[in-house]
Write a protein that binds this ligand. Sequence first.
Ligand code: BMA
Length: 325
Amino acid sequence: MKQLILGPELKNIPWQDKPAGYNGVVWRYENNPIIPRDLIPTSNSIFNSAVTPYNGEFRGVFRCDSMTREQSIHTGKSKDGINWELDPEPIHFTTEDGTDSILKGYDPRVCWIEDRYYVTWCNSFHGPTIGVAYTYDFEKFYQLENAFLPYNRNGVMFPRKINGNYAMISRPSDLSHTAFGDIFYSESPDMTYWGRHRHVMARGNAWQSTKIGGGPVPIETTEGWLLIYHGVLCSCNGFVYSAGAALLDIDQPWKVLYRTAPYIINPRTIYECVGDVPNVVFPCATLCDSVTGRIAIYYGAADTVVALAFAQVNELVDFIKNNSL
Ligand code: BMA
């Protein structure tokens, strides 16, 4: 099998083979959800969270909404990527002026670039915008400037510089539950100043007709950047969040080569359809093994729990190309 993923081997990636007779290109872990809503004593819900390989184990940043319904971000660790231990205390970060504060906000992503892990999340700055911080060890976190003016959500970094600059996609939005939204691309020479904005993708067909937003950090492949993203349909009973996938040009990622007409995963199981916000599948991270082409997808389900699903890169890339909008 041709190796498509341009990245490291990950021998201990969590994995389960596709169940016999299953039709989809993405399949769920049989013991989902992997993180229950009450994994820490004060949590109302734990969802939309990001994980990454770390020294032979795994680390992550997790969205935990508390029983007072405040949103904060916590670190977690795991030996196998499935069983997680979360710090009940929110992450503290150090700002440039040396003050220490608690990391508030939601929907974190984690991206390894060069020598450290960058965290992006939906931060509060006169409304939602994209917070940026970094850590070397998931113990100490250093906050940088917010990347954009409000209002913005779903800031997702690319795992390497592109044409000499750091790169991020985001989804300009509003103060509320945003009934619109396309994906845009921005560059930065230094992680402080972001510009050269480009439009990447507009809303699409029915399942993604209301708004779309970047999901996990894009995966570099021989066929382009593999982007898993969420798309929202506005039903008579509210928003329905599904996920699709696209291939973006490697050097000009604002150029979409293919994107799926059908979703690749949508709310179907009880933990995706029932919870604080029903009918939500919201991917925020993947783990990938370049040698076997295995991809483990971490997603928030119904704004309540974290679940895991799997895909094979060759199959997913073929699916995107053969089912493109
Ligand atoms: C979005 C964000 C996500 C959430 C989704 C569904 O606007 O708030 O955190 O999963 O809505 O409620």
